[in-house]
Design a binder for this molecule. Structure first.
Ligand code: ADP
Ligand code: 5GP
Length: 199
Protein backbone atom coordinates (compact mmCIF):
# COMPACT_ATOMS: atom_id res chain seq x y z
CA UNK A 1 0.00 0.00 0.00
CA UNK A 2 1.26 3.46 -0.89
CA UNK A 3 1.56 5.59 2.27
CA UNK A 4 -0.36 8.88 2.42
CA UNK A 5 0.33 12.17 4.18
CA UNK A 6 -1.71 13.09 7.27
CA UNK A 7 -1.97 16.85 7.74
CA UNK A 8 -2.96 18.34 11.07
CA UNK A 9 -3.85 22.05 11.13
CA UNK A 10 -5.14 24.18 13.98
CA UNK A 11 -4.91 27.69 15.35
CA UNK A 12 -1.62 28.12 17.19
CA UNK A 13 -1.94 26.93 20.80
CA UNK A 14 -4.71 24.36 20.12
CA UNK A 15 -2.43 21.40 20.83
CA UNK A 16 -0.99 20.18 17.48
CA UNK A 17 2.55 19.62 18.77
CA UNK A 18 1.30 17.89 21.93
CA UNK A 19 -0.95 15.56 19.90
CA UNK A 20 1.73 14.80 17.28
CA UNK A 21 4.21 13.84 20.03
CA UNK A 22 1.69 11.37 21.51
CA UNK A 23 0.62 10.00 18.16
CA UNK A 24 4.14 9.10 16.99
CA UNK A 25 4.73 7.34 20.32
CA UNK A 26 1.55 5.34 19.81
CA UNK A 27 2.02 4.45 16.12
CA UNK A 28 5.21 3.02 14.65
CA UNK A 29 3.95 3.53 11.08
CA UNK A 30 3.75 7.34 11.45
CA UNK A 31 6.64 9.84 11.59
CA UNK A 32 6.40 13.58 12.06
CA UNK A 33 8.13 15.71 9.45
CA UNK A 34 10.24 18.52 10.96
CA UNK A 35 9.58 21.85 9.23
CA UNK A 36 11.92 24.79 8.63
CA UNK A 37 11.07 28.25 9.90
CA UNK A 38 12.50 31.75 10.22
CA UNK A 39 10.81 32.35 13.59
CA UNK A 40 12.99 32.37 16.70
CA UNK A 41 13.07 29.26 18.90
CA UNK A 42 10.89 29.33 22.03
CA UNK A 43 12.63 28.48 25.31
CA UNK A 44 13.53 24.79 25.23
CA UNK A 45 13.06 24.39 21.45
CA UNK A 46 15.98 22.86 19.54
CA UNK A 47 16.95 23.04 15.86
CA UNK A 48 16.51 19.64 14.25
CA UNK A 49 14.03 18.53 16.90
CA UNK A 50 11.18 21.08 16.90
CA UNK A 51 12.07 22.92 13.68
CA UNK A 52 15.10 23.71 11.56
CA UNK A 53 15.56 27.35 12.56
CA UNK A 54 16.85 29.29 9.52
CA UNK A 55 17.63 32.90 8.67
CA UNK A 56 15.42 34.61 6.07
CA UNK A 57 18.30 34.40 3.54
CA UNK A 58 18.76 30.68 4.18
CA UNK A 59 15.01 30.09 3.81
CA UNK A 60 14.82 32.11 0.56
CA UNK A 61 17.77 30.14 -0.87
CA UNK A 62 15.84 26.91 -0.21
CA UNK A 63 12.74 28.35 -1.93
CA UNK A 64 14.91 29.21 -4.96
CA UNK A 65 16.37 25.70 -4.99
CA UNK A 66 12.81 24.27 -4.87
CA UNK A 67 13.64 22.32 -1.72
CA UNK A 68 10.15 22.76 -0.23
CA UNK A 69 7.14 20.59 -1.02
CA UNK A 70 5.16 23.57 0.30
CA UNK A 71 5.96 26.78 2.13
CA UNK A 72 3.93 29.72 3.44
CA UNK A 73 4.15 32.91 5.45
CA UNK A 74 2.35 32.35 8.75
CA UNK A 75 2.00 35.01 11.49
CA UNK A 76 4.66 37.03 9.59
CA UNK A 77 7.34 34.27 9.41
CA UNK A 78 8.32 31.69 6.79
CA UNK A 79 7.51 28.01 7.36
CA UNK A 80 8.13 25.11 4.96
CA UNK A 81 8.12 21.32 4.53
CA UNK A 82 11.17 19.63 3.01
CA UNK A 83 10.40 17.78 -0.23
CA UNK A 84 13.31 15.38 0.32
CA UNK A 85 12.23 14.38 3.85
CA UNK A 86 8.70 13.52 2.65
CA UNK A 87 9.99 11.60 -0.40
CA UNK A 88 12.37 9.58 1.83
CA UNK A 89 9.57 8.69 4.29
CA UNK A 90 7.17 7.66 1.52
CA UNK A 91 9.91 5.55 -0.08
CA UNK A 92 10.41 3.70 3.21
CA UNK A 93 6.67 3.02 3.52
CA UNK A 94 6.31 5.40 6.49
CA UNK A 95 3.23 7.64 6.85
CA UNK A 96 4.33 11.29 7.20
CA UNK A 97 2.51 13.43 9.76
CA UNK A 98 2.60 17.17 9.08
CA UNK A 99 1.52 19.86 11.57
CA UNK A 100 1.20 22.75 9.12
CA UNK A 101 -1.02 25.77 8.54
CA UNK A 102 -4.16 25.99 6.38
CA UNK A 103 -2.30 27.43 3.34
CA UNK A 104 0.22 24.58 3.41
CA UNK A 105 -2.56 22.02 3.78
CA UNK A 106 -4.42 23.42 0.74
CA UNK A 107 -1.26 23.42 -1.34
CA UNK A 108 -0.47 19.78 -0.46
CA UNK A 109 -4.05 18.63 -1.14
CA UNK A 110 -3.71 20.07 -4.68
CA UNK A 111 -0.45 18.19 -5.31
CA UNK A 112 -1.40 15.03 -3.40
CA UNK A 113 -5.20 14.52 -3.44
CA UNK A 114 -4.88 11.31 -1.39
CA UNK A 115 -3.53 13.30 1.62
CA UNK A 116 -5.79 13.24 4.69
CA UNK A 117 -6.59 16.68 6.12
CA UNK A 118 -7.56 16.85 9.79
CA UNK A 119 -8.57 20.14 11.37
CA UNK A 120 -8.00 20.32 15.11
CA UNK A 121 -10.30 22.81 16.80
CA UNK A 122 -9.99 24.32 20.28
CA UNK A 123 -13.07 23.74 22.50
CA UNK A 124 -13.50 27.56 22.68
CA UNK A 125 -11.66 30.83 22.05
CA UNK A 126 -11.34 31.20 25.84
CA UNK A 127 -9.51 27.90 26.17
CA UNK A 128 -7.27 28.84 23.23
CA UNK A 129 -6.31 32.05 25.06
CA UNK A 130 -5.47 30.08 28.20
CA UNK A 131 -3.35 27.54 26.26
CA UNK A 132 -1.41 30.31 24.49
CA UNK A 133 -0.74 31.96 27.85
CA UNK A 134 0.38 28.63 29.32
CA UNK A 135 2.99 28.35 26.57
CA UNK A 136 4.42 31.73 27.60
CA UNK A 137 4.65 33.16 24.06
CA UNK A 138 5.56 36.87 23.90
CA UNK A 139 2.42 39.00 24.27
CA UNK A 140 2.64 40.43 20.72
CA UNK A 141 2.93 36.88 19.30
CA UNK A 142 -0.02 35.75 21.37
CA UNK A 143 -2.21 38.61 20.13
CA UNK A 144 -1.23 37.95 16.50
CA UNK A 145 -1.90 34.21 16.83
CA UNK A 146 -5.28 34.77 18.45
CA UNK A 147 -6.31 37.32 15.78
CA UNK A 148 -5.28 34.90 12.99
CA UNK A 149 -7.24 32.04 14.60
CA UNK A 150 -10.59 33.31 13.24
CA UNK A 151 -9.56 32.93 9.56
CA UNK A 152 -7.88 29.61 10.32
CA UNK A 153 -11.07 28.21 11.87
CA UNK A 154 -13.07 29.32 8.80
CA UNK A 155 -10.78 27.14 6.66
CA UNK A 156 -11.94 24.01 8.54
CA UNK A 157 -14.67 23.52 5.90
CA UNK A 158 -11.97 22.46 3.38
CA UNK A 159 -10.76 19.60 5.58
CA UNK A 160 -11.71 15.91 5.54
CA UNK A 161 -12.14 15.64 9.33
CA UNK A 162 -12.56 17.90 12.33
CA UNK A 163 -11.47 16.86 15.83
CA UNK A 164 -12.06 19.00 18.93
CA UNK A 165 -9.11 18.97 21.31
CA UNK A 166 -11.01 19.16 24.59
CA UNK A 167 -9.90 15.94 26.27
CA UNK A 168 -6.34 15.30 25.01
CA UNK A 169 -6.47 11.50 25.22
CA UNK A 170 -9.78 11.42 23.32
CA UNK A 171 -8.43 13.70 20.56
CA UNK A 172 -5.29 11.53 20.14
CA UNK A 173 -7.44 8.41 19.99
CA UNK A 174 -9.79 9.96 17.39
CA UNK A 175 -6.88 10.95 15.13
CA UNK A 176 -5.36 7.49 15.60
CA UNK A 177 -8.70 5.98 14.47
CA UNK A 178 -8.91 8.28 11.43
CA UNK A 179 -5.48 7.10 10.22
CA UNK A 180 -6.42 3.45 10.79
CA UNK A 181 -9.72 3.85 8.90
CA UNK A 182 -8.04 5.70 6.03
CA UNK A 183 -5.51 2.86 5.69
CA UNK A 184 -8.42 0.39 5.37
CA UNK A 185 -10.16 2.25 2.53
CA UNK A 186 -10.73 -0.01 -0.48
CA UNK A 187 -9.36 2.71 -2.76
CA UNK A 188 -6.00 2.50 -0.96
CA UNK A 189 -5.71 -1.32 -1.02
CA UNK A 190 -4.37 -3.66 -3.61
CA UNK A 191 -7.26 -6.15 -3.55
CA UNK A 192 -5.50 -8.67 -5.78
CA UNK A 193 -2.80 -9.07 -3.10
CA UNK A 194 -5.22 -8.92 -0.18
CA UNK A 195 -7.77 -11.38 -1.54
CA UNK A 196 -5.81 -13.37 -4.17
CA UNK A 197 -8.27 -16.26 -4.32
CA UNK A 198 -11.19 -14.00 -5.20
CA UNK A 199 -9.76 -11.70 -7.87
P1 ADP B 1 0.22 24.03 19.01
O1 ADP B 1 1.30 23.08 18.61
O2 ADP B 1 -1.09 23.76 18.32
O3 ADP B 1 0.61 25.46 18.87
P2 ADP B 1 0.78 23.06 21.72
O4 ADP B 1 0.82 21.57 21.49
O5 ADP B 1 2.07 23.78 21.89
O6 ADP B 1 -0.09 23.79 20.57
O7 ADP B 1 -0.17 23.28 23.00
C1 ADP B 1 -0.36 24.55 23.58
C2 ADP B 1 -0.60 24.37 25.09
O8 ADP B 1 -1.86 23.74 25.32
C3 ADP B 1 0.47 23.48 25.78
O9 ADP B 1 0.76 24.03 27.05
C4 ADP B 1 -0.25 22.14 25.92
O10 ADP B 1 0.24 21.40 27.03
C5 ADP B 1 -1.70 22.57 26.14
N1 ADP B 1 -2.70 21.57 25.70
C6 ADP B 1 -2.69 20.80 24.59
N2 ADP B 1 -3.79 20.02 24.51
C7 ADP B 1 -4.54 20.30 25.61
C8 ADP B 1 -5.80 19.82 26.12
N3 ADP B 1 -6.52 18.90 25.47
N4 ADP B 1 -6.25 20.34 27.27
C9 ADP B 1 -5.54 21.29 27.94
N5 ADP B 1 -4.34 21.79 27.53
C10 ADP B 1 -3.84 21.30 26.37
P1 5GP C 1 4.33 27.92 15.61
O1 5GP C 1 5.21 29.11 15.36
O2 5GP C 1 3.25 28.22 16.62
O3 5GP C 1 5.12 26.66 15.91
O4 5GP C 1 3.56 27.61 14.24
C1 5GP C 1 2.82 28.61 13.62
C2 5GP C 1 2.03 28.03 12.48
O5 5GP C 1 2.90 27.58 11.44
C3 5GP C 1 1.18 26.83 12.87
O6 5GP C 1 -0.09 26.95 12.23
C4 5GP C 1 1.95 25.67 12.26
O7 5GP C 1 1.11 24.57 11.94
C5 5GP C 1 2.48 26.31 11.00
N1 5GP C 1 3.57 25.54 10.40
C6 5GP C 1 4.56 24.86 11.02
N2 5GP C 1 5.36 24.27 10.11
C7 5GP C 1 4.85 24.55 8.90
C8 5GP C 1 5.22 24.21 7.56
O8 5GP C 1 6.19 23.50 7.28
N3 5GP C 1 4.45 24.72 6.56
C9 5GP C 1 3.37 25.51 6.79
N4 5GP C 1 2.66 25.93 5.73
N5 5GP C 1 2.98 25.85 8.03
C10 5GP C 1 3.72 25.38 9.08
Amino acid sequence: MKPFLTILSAPSGTGKSTICRQLVKKRTDVFQSISSTTRLPRPGEKSGKDYYFLTVDEFKAKIQAQEFLEWATVHGEYYGTSRQVIEDLLEKGIYPLLAIDVQGAASIKKKMPDAVLIFLAPPSIESLKIRLEKRKDAEADRIKRLADSRDEILAAKNYDYVVVNDDLEKAVSQIDSIITAEKLKVSRQDLSKLLPAYT
